[in-house]
Design a protein around this ligand. Structure first.
Ligand SMILES: C[S@@+](CC[C@H](N)C(=O)[O-])C[C@H]1O[C@@H](n2cnc3c(N)ncnc32)[C@H](O)[C@@H]1O
Length: 358
């Protein structure tokens, strides 16, 4: 199906490295692409996450602006959406794998996460890798290095996130290792395995694409001339707190010096403010988001029929500004990502400009 949608340009041959991210819409990208009108030129993926939908938009030849309030997701946006031709070479990986260039400064992963998510040796390797990222001479190379290392670290933990502390227990459980050998493979080996997929995913769609790292409510008022916005907000009621799930990746990228690290998982504190991950804040912020989007003609909103607020409430908030049509894709199995319980539905709200008659 996705083949038909992309057959008018040369970018279909590129492949997005399969993400492991709660709520990623990678498997729905062909379905979502059907609702992007051909005439649309500039698109915004406002909650980009793994960047799987922004990448699909880039493949459609659109001028693609992407955004996420987490820095590690922005690095993927820089490496695969904004970047049109920079790849990591073996000279670069030699630099990255060289010894820690400043052990006094770069020891956060070892200090926080040794014997929690990684062995001491692996955590120290992550620190030395991180210390060498700034030695790469190009910001896109740096983003690529950080993105691929984040993906490697995600592979090493059983559930693919950092909200539980069973990673090392699982890594010594033969049954689990049999199912997923990545649990015991060194980060360096995982990195070298993944890098060719990331390098091969870099392409130029002849547009000036951009990746932002902002709260959506700060970004929207600043952007001009967007033809279509895709909103895939966290779904309150199910895995909405991305900072609890992916704190380790954010700590690795930001290399925080001004945070505390709390609870059993050593999550950084204070967290960034999302505004979309708590039931008590979501409605107010959706209202603001729609108000700030009035200049953008078409809005596509991914949603789930088990989220808060419910779909009728969402429709009622959108209807003052746009006509709303509800498209539904029902899961036949539980493999659809976040909220993908068999029998639940993936929803896309198609919001189009009102005409004189409605
Ligand atoms: C459902 S996920 C998006 C998944 C994405 N479509 C994909 O295919 O991977 C929601 C994303 O919203 C981000 N987010 C949460 N609150 C935000 C905010 N206020 N502004 C921008 N991004 C936010 C989270 O970091 C998370 O990556």
């Amino acid at each position: 199906m996705i083949q038909d949608l992309f057959n008018n340009n040369n970018y279909l041959g590129y492949k997005f490295p399969e993400p492991q991210y709660l709520g990623a819409k990678y498997i729905h990208r062909g379905w979502i692409a059907k609702f992007i009108p051909e005439t649309v030129y500039t698109v915004l993926d406002a909650f980009g996450g793994s960047q799987s939908i922004a990448y699909m938009m880039k493949q459609l030849g659109k001028k693609t602006i992407t955004n996420d309030f987490m820095s590690f997701n922005n690095q993927i946006g820089k490496a695969l959406i904004e970047n049109s031709n920079t790849k990591l070479t073996s000279i670069d990986t030699d630099i990255l794998f060289s010894e820690n260039s400043n052990p006094e400064e770069y020891n956060l992963m070892e200090t926080l996460f040794s014997d929690l998510f990684f062995t001491r040796e692996e955590a120290a390797f992550a620190d030395s890798f991180r210390s060498n990222v700034c030695k790469l001479d190009n910001p896109y190379k740096q983003s690529m290095a950080l993105s691929v290392m984040c993906r490697s670290m995600t592979r090493k933990v059983t559930m693919g996130h950092f909200a539980h502390t069973q990673a090392l227990n699982y890594a010594s459980n033969p049954a689990r290792i049999k199912r997923n050998r990545s649990l015991i493979r060194p980060l360096k080996e995982l990195f070298l395995d993944l890098l060719p997929q990331y390098n091969a995913a870099v392409f130029d769609n002849q547009e000036h694409n951009e990746s932002y790292n902002e709260n959506v409510l700060d970004l929207l008022p600043k952007l001009e001339d967007i033809d279509l916005v895709y909103f895939d907000p966290p779904y309150c009621n199910s895995h909405a707190d991305y900072q609890s799930f992916y704190h380790l990746l954010e700590t690795f990228v930001e290399y925080w010096k001004d945070k505390q690290f709390v609870n059993g998982t050593k999550r950084y504190e204070p967290k960034r403010i999302s505004g979309f991950d708590k039931n008590s804040e979501a409605i107010n912020n959706f209202r603001k988001m729609f108000e700030f989007s009035q200049k953008i003609p078409t809005w596509l909103i991914s949603y789930n029929d088990r989220s808060y607020p419910d779909i009728d409430t969402m429709k009622a908030m959108i209807e003052p500004y746009r006509n709303v049509k509800v498209e539904k894709k029902t899961y036949s199995s539980g493999r659809g990502g976040k909220g993908s319980v068999a029998g639940s539905s993936e929803i896309l709200l198609i919001c189009t400009k009102k005409t004189m008659f409605n």
